[in-house]
Design a protein around this ligand. Sequence first.
Ligand code: SF4
Length: 336
Amino acid sequence: MYTPSYRKLFESGELAKRVEQLNRMLASCNICPLDCQVNRLGGQISRCYSARLPIVSSYCPHFGEEPALVGTKGVGNIFFGNCNLKCSYCQNYEISQRWKEERKNEVTIERLAEMMIELQKNHGCHSIGFVSPTHFVPQMVEGILEACKLGLTVPIIYNTNAYDSVEVLRLLDGIVDIYLPDIKYAEDDVGYRYSGVKEYVKYSREALIEMYRQMGDNLSIGEDGLVKRGLIIRHLVLPNDLAGSRETLSFIAEHLSNKVTLSVMSQYYPTNKVTFENAEKFESLQLLHRRIREREYDKVLELLDEFGFEHGWAQEFESQDYYRPDFSNRETPFAR
Ligand code: SF4
C-alpha cells in the first residue's frame, strides 16, 4: 500500500520543523512572490486579505478533477478562501474575491485537520486536494501535521495558480504528493492585465521547474489505479490565445520534458468581471467576453502532437457546458 512521504517526515520530526520555518515567514510575509512583508502572525493583512488563521470556504468530495485523481470517491477538496491573484474571469470568484466576507470563514488549525480526516474517513476520498493554497501554505502544512496525529494517510494535492515562491515550494518537498499547477499566461502584461500580478511568467515557470525537480516525469500509480505522486500541469485555453498556449507548451517541452503529464482544459466561460456591461466599457475585457471556439481549441490540441506530448488529458470541447462551480449552497458555519 502506498504511504505518502509526509508520513515519514511526520515520524522523523521534520514536518514539525517545516511548520516552524513556514510560520516564521508569516511574520513578514513572503509566502508568495508578491512579498508584501506584513506581519500576518500579528493579524495584519495585505493583498490576499488573509492573516494567521486559514479561511476555508468549502470542503467536500469533488468529482471534477482529472479521472486518475477522482476514482469512485472523489478528491477531498478543501477550498481556501481569498487568493493571491485577482483574475478578472475567475470561475471561483464567489470564494476567491469576496475578500472581507470570506474572513468570516476563518477556522482553527485543529478544525482544518478535522476536515481532512472527515474527507478521508467519512467520505472515503482518495486524496486531500488543497485548492488555491498558495497564500495559506504554512497553515496547510500545520493542518497536515495535526491531521497526521489523527491518522491522515491519503496523498496531498497542491492545486495552484502557479504564482508560487520557489523557497516555499522547496519547503513542500516531501509533503506534497501531487502538484497540480495551472499555467495561465506566457506574457507578463497579459498576467498583469487579467490577474493583477507582475512577472507571472517568470514566477510560474520557476515554480514549474521546482515542481518538476521534485517529481520528474512519471506519475506513481497505486493498486487502485489512481495517481499517488507526481506532477500534472494544467493549461486553461483562453479566447484570442490570451493564455499563450504555444509559448507555454514549448517552454514545458524544452525546459521540463515532453514526457510530463498535461491536462488541457476547454472549460473557460466569461464570468466574474467579464460581464456584458464591463466588456462594453473596457476594451481588454472584450477579448475575454466569449467562450473559446472549437477551432481555437483544436489548434492547441495540435500543438500537443507538434511538441510530442503523449501523457495526460484534454477535456472534451463541450466541457464548457457543464464545468460550473456552484458555491451558492455551501454550508458556511463551519465549527471553529
Ligand atoms: S501570501 Fe498574501 S500577504 Fe503574503 S506575500 Fe502573498 S499576497 Fe502578500
